[in-house]
Design a protein. Structure first.
Lengths: 756, 137
């Protein structure tokens, strides 16, 4: 059960991991950016919006304040202009002419004339536009009785207006008088017209209700559309009239408007004796404010949105680029681990590249560690193989000569098991006592000074076997640095057998040299001793010859009978001389042979003077020796450019003289003789060739020509038949080689190879 | 060589001695000749030691010396002669069968006046003897 849940847990973990990994880094980053952006935006939004609102509010309030002031100024001007208008109207010629022309009496009840269109005494409507347009204009006589009424619209005029009270008239003089009649605010302004006698002739009274029309008219063009209202001066102010009665109907309580509107400009107008105290206030609907704010905020949001979009895009692009690079790195790591480390090929999964890279890198480091371990093990294994299977003893010691490792061959050679040897001092185990001190000193000397006296050289010493006997070994000790310490590696070979073999060889060589010397001596002595009797034989044979000559001449004496003379001379001339001839010839031959033997024996003894020999010089010497014979036999000797060689000049002279001599001996009498000498270098050897076009050598004989006393054609030429033997011996003493190629009837080629 | 010079011949082989003497005669050398059979006799005579005839200090001598002789070798004799102030002036001609260049060189180094090789090349040998006459002492 436990296992099950564990695997399940793992699976879930794996699943979770998978999910996290399957999503590409770019996607993650984009999502993250968007989320962050949103959060930031919202926070900013909230903060900014309320801030904006506050700023807006205050800004608006300020502006509103200005506007309100403007509005009030405007209103004020308008109100004042009302009065100004009446003043102006009175001065008009139309007015004065008309009034002058009236014959009003003070009695009776005058009949009031009503005008809808501008009367004569009143400016035209078009002209009125420049001034405050009074709704009503009343022309009163001196007693204040209404004579004419102008009302711009067809509406019902209230009685008090048609017949204004004298108080009203009076109060309206020289000012804009505002008062409320029947709860409707009015503005009045009047002026008296004085005739030429300075008596009031008429009174012009302008009146307008202060209603929305009035308000709107009072506002300049730029202020049109503003929401203004006139308030009553009660404790709970109400709207008397407003510029937009739909929105702000008369009678509305100010307080009720305070949540819907921004209200400014609550100030009383001081209009002197006006009974009405009115306030002109400006309104800005909060909704409008909100709308404005909203539009600004919306603009700001738009901009932010664009910025955010750009940022997200940029971030996404950058992430994409980064992701690609990460992907490349990951791929390179994978390739490396595949090709260099030899790990299994793996597909790169899709998903979060950074995670994948992390994983890959982790597995790479694991692989590298593994590979390093493998290599180390392999190296160790290899070393172990080498050391264990080496034919030489391989021993390592530490700085003090204490044995650290001891391979199987060391066990064999020294008869000491590994367990016994490790830990012992090397000088004490395998050295003779007299060397211990010396070797110890050598080690110390090296450690102190770094000077190698006995190290890194092959030295032969005597070692001690565990059984006690001594034997010769060849050893090399190499110091090696390992961290901070030195270790010494000794490679030791048991050379007992070799030494024995060497000794044996030495003994054999000595014996051989002895025998050789003996032999040479025998030859020398023999040939020398043989010579002595030979001299006698030959000498006395010649004496006999001269004695025969003497006898022959003695025979010529006349005192000897002819027939005896004939018989004796016959014996003398024919028999004795003939016999003597054979004797001398044979002894001569023997002499030649003996000479050859002597020369041969001497060859071994003469020391070689090895030098670099210029073969061209040598051959020109040789050809000098044979100059006469060459000319005599009409033989052409052609010597090419020859490479130099190493050897004894005299002996080599002998060699080539012999060869040339031989070539001369075996010429073909049928054709012109040509002897060619060539040479080339090959593999460090100089190879020379003496070629002739003579009679050649029979294949049967070709193997025997170098043997002693072999003459292919005895009698054809003088010689011991030792010539080639001597040549061969000389060449071999130079560590060279000589061989021959020949074709009977065509010629022969003698090759000599010598060290170059 | 004038007629008074005594020819000393140190040669152990009889035959050789006979041949040399014959040829000398034939070459025209009539001088008195004394023959020694070995190195000892030669030295005794020259250094006036031991038994046998002794050298005459007043006379002029020429010595024909063979290298290989019993008792005392020719080389040794030559050596001793050349070490003696009086005798070193006497011309010594080596007559021998060996033509070993080492030996030849050695003799010349020791100070022999000539070196004649006894070979079976008899004519050469005879010729060399004849030349003795041309030597100026």
């Amino acid at each position: 059960m436990k296992n099950g849940s564990k695997t399940e847990g793992l699976n879930r973990k794996t699943l979770n991991r998978d999910w996290r990994h399957r999503v590409s880094l770019t996607v993650k980053m984009v999502v993250l950016t968007i989320v962050t952006g949103l959060v930031v935006w919202l926070v900013l939004d909230y903060a900014l919006t309320s801030k904006l609102r506050t700023i807006f509010h205050s800004q608006l309030t300020e502006r509103l304040g200005h506007n309100a002031m403007e509005d009030r100024l405007s209103f004020d001007r308008y109100v004042k202009a009302f009065q100004g208008a009446v003043k102006l109207f009175i001065t008009q010629k139309n007015f004065s002419d008309y009034v002058e022309s009236r014959k009003w009496t003070a009695d009776g009840t005058p009949r009031i004339r009503y005008h809808v269109r501008s009367p004569v005494w009143f400016p035209r409507r078009s002209a009125l536009r420049a001034f405050s347009q009074p709704r009503y204009a009343l022309l009163l006589d001196a007693s204040g009785r209404t004579r004419e009424v102008y009302h711009s619209r067809k509406d019902i005029l209230p009685l008090w207006l048609i017949k204004p009270a004298p108080l009203l008239i009076r109060k309206s003089h020289h000012q804009s008088f505002m008062t409320s009649i029947d709860n409707v605010p009015y503005i009045f302004s009047a002026e008296s017209y004085f005739d030429s006698g300075k008596k009031v002739k008429a009174i012009l009274l302008l009146a307008s209700p202060i209603d929305d029309e009035f308000l709107n008219a009072s506002l300049s063009t730029i202020q049109q559309g503003r929401l203004v209202a006139l308030l009553t001066s009660e404790d709970e102010p109400r709207i008397m009239t407003s510029s937009n009665l739909e929105e702000l109907p008369a009678g509305t309580r100010l307080n009720s408007l305070k949540d819907r509107y921004l209200i400014t400009g609550e100030e009383f107008f001081d209009y002197g004796a006006s009974e009405l105290q009115i306030k002109l206030i400006s309104f800005v609907s909060l909704d409008e404010i909100d709308l404005l704010t909203a539009s600004v905020i919306a603009r700001a949001r738009q901009e932010r949105a664009v910025l955010a979009f750009i940022l997200i895009l940029t971030s996404a692009l950058m992430m994409f680029w980064i992701t690609r690079n990460i992907h490349q790195i990951t791929r390179r790591i994978t390739d490396f681990s595949q090709h260099t480390l030899g790990m299994k090929p793996q597909e790169l999964p899709k998903g979060d590249q950074l995670q994948i890279l992390k994983e890959r890198f982790q597995s790479l480091t694991d692989e590298v560690v593994k590979a390093r371990e493998i290599i180390r093990q392999q190296a160790e294994e290899q070393t172990r193989l080498i050391v264990n299977n080496a034919f030489d003893a391989i021993i390592t010691t530490d700085e003090n000569g204490e044995i650290m490792t001891w391979n199987p061959q060391a066990e064999n050679i020294f008869g000491l098991k590994r367990e016994e040897a490790v830990g012992q001092n090397i000088t004490r185990t395998i050295n003779l006592p007299q060397y211990e001190e010396a070797d110890g000193n050598n080690f110390r000397h090296f450690l102190d000074t770094g000077e190698e006296v006995i190290f890194n050289r092959q030295i032969q010493v005597t070692a001690v076997h565990s059984k006690g006997y001594i034997f010769p070994v060849e050893l090399t000790i190499s110091p090696a640095r390992s961290d901070d310490r030195y270790i010494f590696i000794a490679i030791i070979r048991d050379i007992t057998e070799r030494k024995n073999a060497e000794q044996k060889l030495k003994d054999l060589n000595y014996e051989l040299a002895q025998k050789n010397r003996e032999l040479e001596q025998i030859i020398r002595i023999t040939s020398h001793d043989l010579r002595t009797p030979l001299v006698n034989i030959y000498g006395f044979s010649r004496e006999l010859e001269s004695s025969v000559d003497k006898l022959t001449s003695d025979l010529r004496s006349d005192r000897i009978p002819k027939d005896i003379k004939e018989k004796v001379s016959l014996t003398l001339e024919r028999d004795i001389l003939e016999s003597l001839k054979y004797i001398t010839k044979s002894t001569s031959r023997m002499n030649v042979l003996l000479n050859g033997l002597l020369k041969l024996s001497r060859l071994g003894r003469v020391e070689l003077n090895i030098q670099k020999v210029d073969m061209n010089n040598l051959m020109s010497d040789v050809s000098g020796i044979f100059e006469f014979q060459l000319k005599d036999g009409e033989v052409k000797l052609d010597i090419s450019e020859l490479p130099p060689c190493e050897g004894d000049e005299d002996q080599l002279n002998q060699v080539f003289s012999n060869l040339i001599g031989n070539a001369l001996k075996f010429l073909d009498t049928g054709q012109a003789g040509i002897i060619e000498v060539t040479g080339h270098q090959m593999d460090g050897q100089s190879v020379y060739c003496v070629k002739d076009n003579g009679i050649g050598i029979d294949p049967d004989n070709i193997n025997r020509i170098f043997e002693m006393f072999q003459q292919i054609m005895p009698g054809k030429s003088p010689g011991e038949g030792l010539g080639l033997t001597i040549v061969q011996k000389a060449v071999e003493r130079h560590h060279g080689k000589i061989w021959v190629e020949s074709e009977p009837g065509k010629g022969s080629r003698f090759f000599v190879s010598l060290p170059g | 060589m004038d007629k008074d010079t005594v020819i000393l011949l140190a040669e152990d082989d009889e035959g050789h001695a006979r041949l040399i003497m014959k040829n000398l005669k034939r070459a025209g050398f009539d001088n008195r000749l004394i023959l020694f059979k070995d190195g000892r006799e030669t030295l005794n005579y020259l250094f006036r030691e031991g038994e046998g005839p002794h050298r005459d200090t007043a006379a002029k001598y020429i010595l024909l010396l063979d290298i290989s002789m019993p008792k005392v070798s020719g080389i040794e004799v030559l050596n001793r002669i050349k070490q003696n102030d009086e005798l070193m002036k006497m011309p010594v001609i080596m007559i021998t069968t060996t033509d070993d260049p080492h030996e030849v060189a050695r003799c010349h180094k020791l100070g022999c006046s000539r070196y004649i090789i006894k070979t079976a090349d008899y004519d050469k040998f005879v010729g060399a003897i004849n030349e003795l006459g041309t030597l100026s002492w």
